[in-house]
Design a protein around this ligand. Structure first.
Ligand code: KE4
Length: 426
């Protein structure tokens, strides 16, 4: 029995499914989870001493790779001064100023502790600002686990959202309407049916929780236009794309200005951090200034801020950081695409910048329904093959590959040859 197996055997006694977040249980790939002991640069090492090239990167935060010396040093330095005060600190001002400087649409920002909390708070701010209760989201987009976001696509236009989890009362999901990603007409239909009641549309500007699904030409512009026309707010959930696709995230990459943006992952540098921000008149609704209540004991925690500030400064000050990461990723994904075309196993690659996903389906993937045509068993076989080759991929077909700046050309070459063996073996 490996140490990971032994740890898992014990873990399931004390934690639901033996994990603190479901995807880590490796359930959809039929493997026992690897317990990770450490990370360094592009690599992680499990409890049995096996190292893997890490394409998960803690689901996005580790864009610089693990244990970056300057991020680590900033954290250790902050720890020297104490871990948490529950009081205002300079680090929070530095972080808020940095986000407002880097993302033009953000005039004011509030730090929280996770992407879920950022989305939950942004939705409440949108409802408070507009005085409207309905929120439109998209099938296949994930915005964390707050009740209003755990909604199954209702069948008809007017069908109120149906809870997508036990424990979510109908009352919490009835005001969440679901549209089809990359299908503007499905959004127009909802606005046509209840436009004056819709307070906001929330969207992942690049879908990254149904695998990676880029926005179709005109989709994001169309959402912007519809929201403006109907007096609803456009919320970009940039928990994954924020500081991933560029210093001003997907909104800079695609040139669309949302009213509110949510962040997570990269802004914490690996520590628990989320944030939401946007137009001043909206953010001034937030307590203690305005009537929308939101709070958090560890929000803006000085150690977490130190990690996030160090990472954001490195991204801002490293010359041509995103150009280099983008070119490296483009070269890599082009090779993956070529392998996919020669592969005996049908697969489709979607990618945007350093985000990518290989879908095991014949169909081009442009929304949740087409993503779901993927053969998850084939993905599981691919996952296991790559794990044996020392390549750590997302343990689910419906997640993203994250290329990190720490990955070398040799790392990516090794990944491609591991893929080639699998695809050509068929
Ligand atoms: P957290 O509460 O997990 O920090 O963030 C929720 C969230 C919000 N919005 C988007 C676009 C997200 O991708 C996420 C969380 N992403 C998943 C990965 N697909 C986190 C991994 C997990 O759940 O363990």
């Amino acid at each position: 029995m490996t140490k990971s197996e032994r740890l898992f055997e014990e873990a399931v006694r004390y934690m639901p499914g033996g994990v603190n977040s479901p995807v880590r249980a490796f359930g959809s790939v039929g493997e026992k989870p690897r317990f990770i002991e450490k990370g360094e640069g592009a690599y992680i090492t499990d409890a049995d001493g096996r190292t893997y090239l890490d394409f998960v990167g803690s689901w996005g935060p580790m864009i610089l790779g693990h244990n970056h010396p300057q991020v680590k040093e900033a954290v250790l330095k902050a720890c020297e001064k104490g871990l948490s005060f529950g009081a205002a600190t300079e680090a929070e001002v530095t972080m808020a100023r940095l986000i407002c400087e880097l993302v033009p649409s953000i005039e004011m920002v509030r730090m929280v502790n996770s992407g879920t909390e950022a989305v939950m708070s942004a939705v409440r701010a949108a409802r408070g600002f507009t005085g409207r209760n309905k929120i439109v989201k998209f099938a296949g987009c994930y915005h964390g686990h707050s009740d209003a976001m755990l909604v199954k696509a209702g069948s008809g236009v007017m069908t109120a959202g149906v809870p997508d989890s036990a424990g979510v009362p109908a009352g919490c999901s009835q005001d969440t309407l679901t549209a089809v990603y990359n299908d503007l007409s499905s959004v127009e239909e909802l606005f046509g049916a209840c436009g004056q009641e819709i307070g906001a549309v929330i969207v992942e500007p690049v879908g990254a929780n149904m695998g990676v699904v880029p926005p179709a030409e005109g989709f994001l512009e169309g959402l912007r236009g519809l929201c403006t026309r109907h007096g609803a707010l456009l919320i970009f959930d940039e928990v994954i794309t924020g500081f991933r696709l560029g210093l001003s995230g997907a909104q800079g990459y695609f040139g669309i200005t949302p009213d509110l943006t949510t962040f997570g992952k990269i802004i914490g540098g690996g520590m628990p951090v989320g944030a939401y921000g946007g137009r001043r008149e909206i953010m001034e609704m937030i307590a203690p200034l305005g009537p929308v209540y939101q709070a958090g004991t560890l929000s803006g925690n000085p150690v977490a801020m130190a990690a996030g500030i160090a990472q954001l400064r490195l991204l801002k000050e490293t010359p041509d950081f995103y150009q280099k990461l983008g070119q490296k990723s483009e070269r890599f994904f082009e090779q993956v695409q070529k392998l996919g075309r020669e592969s005996k196993i049908p697969c489709q690659l979607n990618h945007v910048g350093s985000l990518g996903c290989l879908f095991f389906t014949q169909e081009p993937v442009r929304d949740y329904a087409s993503a779901k045509t993927s053969d998850t068993k084939a993905y599981a076989g691919y996952f296991k093959h790559m794990l044996r080759e020392g390549i750590y991929l997302a343990p689910s077909q419906f997640e993203a590959m994250f290329v990190s700046a720490a990955m070398t050309e040799e790392d990516l070459e090794r990944t491609l040859s591991a893929m080639e063996t699998y695809f050509l073996a068929g």
